[in-house]
Design a protein around this ligand. Structure first.
Ligand code: E4P
Length: 283
């Protein structure tokens, strides 16, 4: 299992590398970007970015992260709201991919996002499909990107956001890992929206290919001596009902899967709002 940092502050990246002695990559998103200290200072000063300067800022940040993690992967998220076209996503994705040599481009797991992913992986680019909340979405991502190279596609199920509404996010990880059991390995499961040590250790126990976690979780893990999962972290002991395994085949056309999920729509809106909060809309 590879360990990524979920964040958009290079200072945190340095701190985590120092504490762990390694780091395999980093994931960013618009909400994390809005919490970057420099971005926050801009906002507090009432000095928002112009609609082009925000991209210069994101680019400089990703280049700094890439220099810190030259052998790792850096996930860069495409702006998307409910109206964003496939063409717009492709334009931004190709632009972001040229920023650094080790990018995975994050796209939402929506119809437009999957169409863009199919095109981008066909061009040999790497993608990270975000806002995943169901096994049907995982099957659709697999089918839409068939033919991509090993590990060229990351799939990001959001554990914490399912827990937030009383569902068991870890069971989604378990079920997707099982779903991909017979796969060709072009998609890797990246456990995301990890909020606690319990999520982190359980993701290790369930065999996620990658885990992205906030600095506070990774620093606590380092502090505890990097424990590996044990009985203490039996997540199902919480008594939450597992998500029933759906009878899904990976071999359908991706458009045949029902990929709708209310948390995908809500997450899309939140990311778009956080991105827009940084921009002077009159610029
Ligand atoms: C990372 O890839 C995700 O965008 C992130 O883990 C989401 O985490 P959150 O649900 O805590 O915002």
């Amino acid at each position: 299992t590879r360990i990524f940092l979920d964040g958009a502050d290079p200072q945190e990246t340095r701190q985590v590398i120092a504490a762990l002695g390694f780091l395999d990559g980093q994931t960013t998103n618009p909400s994390l970007l809005a919490k970057n200290p420099e971005a926050e200072a801009h906002k507090v000063a009432g000095n928002k970015f112009s609609s082009t300067a925000i991209y210069d800022f994101y680019k400089a940040l990703c280049q700094e992260l890439s220099a810190l993690l030259p052998k790792g992967s850096i996930s860069i998220e495409v702006y998307a709201d409910a109206d964003t076209t496939v063409a717009d996503m492709l334009t931004h994705a190709r632009e972001f991919d040229a920023w650094i040599p080790n990018a995975h481009i994050k796209l939402p797991t929506t119809t437009a996002g999957l169409e863009a992913a199919a095109v981008l992986t066909g061009e040999g680019r790497r993608v990270n499909m975000t806002l995943v909340f169901s096994q049907s979405q995982a099957a659709a991502v697999y089918a839409a990107t068939r033919g991509a190279g090993r590990g060229d596609v990351f799939l990001s199920p959001f554990v914490g956001r399912l827990d937030d509404r009383g569902e068991d996010g870890m069971d989604l990880i378990k079920n997707i890992v099982a779903l991909y059991g017979q796969s060709d390995g072009h998609v890797q499961v990246l456990s995301a929206s990890v909020r606690t040590m319990d999520h982190f250790l359980c993701s290790l126990a369930y065999g996620a290919d990658i885990i992205t976690a906030p600095a506070k979780v990774l620093l606590a893990w380092a502090e505890a001596g990097k424990p590996i999962p044990g009985p203490k972290y039996g997540y199902n002991a919480k008594g939450l009902a597992p998500i029933p395994a759906e009878a899904l085949s990976l071999n359908k056309n991706w458009r045949e899967y029902d990929i709708r999920h209310p948390l995908t729509d809500a997450g899309l809106k939140k990311f778009a709002d956080d991105w827009n909060s940084l921009i002077d809309m009159n610029s």
